[in-house]
Design a protein around this ligand. Sequence first.
Ligand code: UAG
Ligand code: ATP
Ligand code: API
Ligand code: MG
Length: 484
Amino acid sequence: MKLADFADILPHVGSISGDMDVTGLSFDSRRVQPGDLFFALPGTKADGAAFVADAVRRGAAGVVAARGAIRSPLSVPLIEVDDPRRALALATARFFGAQPEIMVAVTGTAGKTSVASFTRQIWEQAGFAAASIGTTGVVAPGRDEYGELTTPDPVSLHKLLAELAASGVTHAAMEASSHGLSQRRVDGVRFAAAAFTNIGRDHMDYHPTVEEYHQTKMRLFDTLLPPGAPAVVFADDAWSQPTIEAVERAGRKLLTVGRNGTFIALKRAEHERHRQHGEVEHEGRLYEIEVPLAGEFQLANALVAAGLAIATGLDAATAFKALKHLKGASGRLELTGTTKDGAQIYVDYAHKPEALENVLKAVRPFTTGRVVVVFGCGGDRDRGKRPIMGDIARRLADVVIVTDDNPRSEDPAAIRAEILAAVPEAREIGDRREAIRTAIAGLRTGDTLIVAGKGHEHGQEIAGRKYPFSDHEEVRKALEEMGQ
Ligand SMILES: CC(=O)N[C@H]1[C@@H](OP(=O)(O)OP(=O)(O)OC[C@H]2O[C@@H](n3ccc(=O)[nH]c3=O)[C@H](O)[C@@H]2O)O[C@H](CO)[C@@H](O)[C@@H]1O[C@H](C)C(=O)N[C@@H](C)C(=O)N[C@H](CCC(=O)O)C(=O)O
Ligand SMILES: Nc1ncnc2c1ncn2[C@@H]1O[C@H](COP(=O)(O)OP(=O)(O)OP(=O)(O)O)[C@@H](O)[C@H]1O
Ligand SMILES: N[C@H](CCC[C@H](N)C(=O)O)C(=O)O
Ligand SMILES: [Mg+2]
């Protein structure tokens, strides 16, 4: 492509020729290929402007940077913009060109992965070639890949969207994390609808206040969703009202779901251990629904997903019928094993307070014995959540084992100590493998064990190194070795 093809996104002035070839786009100097346009992004650890010389040395054909960020003269054209991250997102969308025709995004503290996966499954059952993109990776016809980020960077994202479109995928649901929204990773995607699940405590190391965190999520509705397009809002959360107001203020089409919802109104719900039943009203008609998954919260996620599918054109009866066949996203309150005595073991991705609270509450009514939890907290992330999660475990579980999650660069014992301060009666077993084994060995009839925090993850990051690790596998191996 030529620079002139990006004229509306990258205004080039003076002596810079629009005839300049752009053969690729890059925001990391270490990955620049000759002919790339290098975007110097102000980051959380470094400033991309400091790597411009490196990028040029590696063959960058031009540089895009924030106004005034580059002071010394360059041997290649410099294009100055107000918001380089947004410019990168828009330019990559233009560069890769195609995306699945109908794309939706879901934001919220918890439930994004589940909603994206459920929406894909509803579409699949309706006969569409559909994809989901998020924390657990990319799932599409003939494709199931593990991913690193919940919301990929714009270059990886638009390359992927173009591949999906080329392979015939017409529908895609993706997660929009607050980091992703704040860093403009999805600014180049054309959305047909967007959804909100809930707000809880998360990423308080990145967002100064919960209000700012919520406002960042609202970018999805007030900036990225086209005016008039449908916004599906879960109506039963403490943050539903501010979200509804933000959607209405922005002039998007508000569709609420849940007990307080009007687009899909949940009239009745019954919860069984591995199954949720409900009756919903949509446009004056009643539908019986069934979600074959553990955890009351999955009913909420299923309604949001059905809302997205209906809002983008699927008939309601097909969408509601599809819920009966939903499979849970990997590691979301997933029954991973049962002991000979009938104690049940779940792997769950709760790594933030509300999620842990929800999961422990969800299994209580079906647990005739004790609720046992094994969990830790990740390093280099919000420290404030550690004692909060300790307190939740103390209140809602009968047996607590505090172990390591991904300590990353932090001292694992110090992380555990911050959790244990709120739950001093807990057992401390740093080695996650041993913690899981100890918990399983102690299970009795009627007990439920929740191994929380790592869900689908394939590795454990300790002191900057990633070691292979899977909660699923550890549970299975432990049961096998104990002759269970
Ligand atoms: C804190 C954070 O969000 N960081 C993300 C951010 O990096 P950054 O821009 O802050 O990076 P930086 O190190 O400060 O560098 C600034 C710029 O200089 C460039 N650079 C740097 C070094 C060099 O030699 N040359 C060079 O050009 C970098 O490529 C970057 O463009 O932008 C990068 C590209 O999009 C991301 O890969 C990176 O994610 C890191 C790896 C990360 O761990 N992010 C997590 C916290 C995250 O995003 N999580 C969310 C939510 C998870 C959830 O709750 O579900 C997610 O969406 O996954
Ligand atoms: N609607 C919900 N309300 C409360 N908790 C939920 C809800 N959905 C899921 N959870 C809890 O949150 C965990 C993560 O769920 P899920 O992966 O669907 O959310 P997410 O928003 O994608 O999270 P992350 O940002 O960590 O990727 C689940 O394992 C469960 O413990
Ligand atoms: N997307 C989240 C995942 C956290 C998962 C948990 N296992 C941890 O390591 O804290 C993050 O990067 O903050
Ligand atoms: Mg997720």
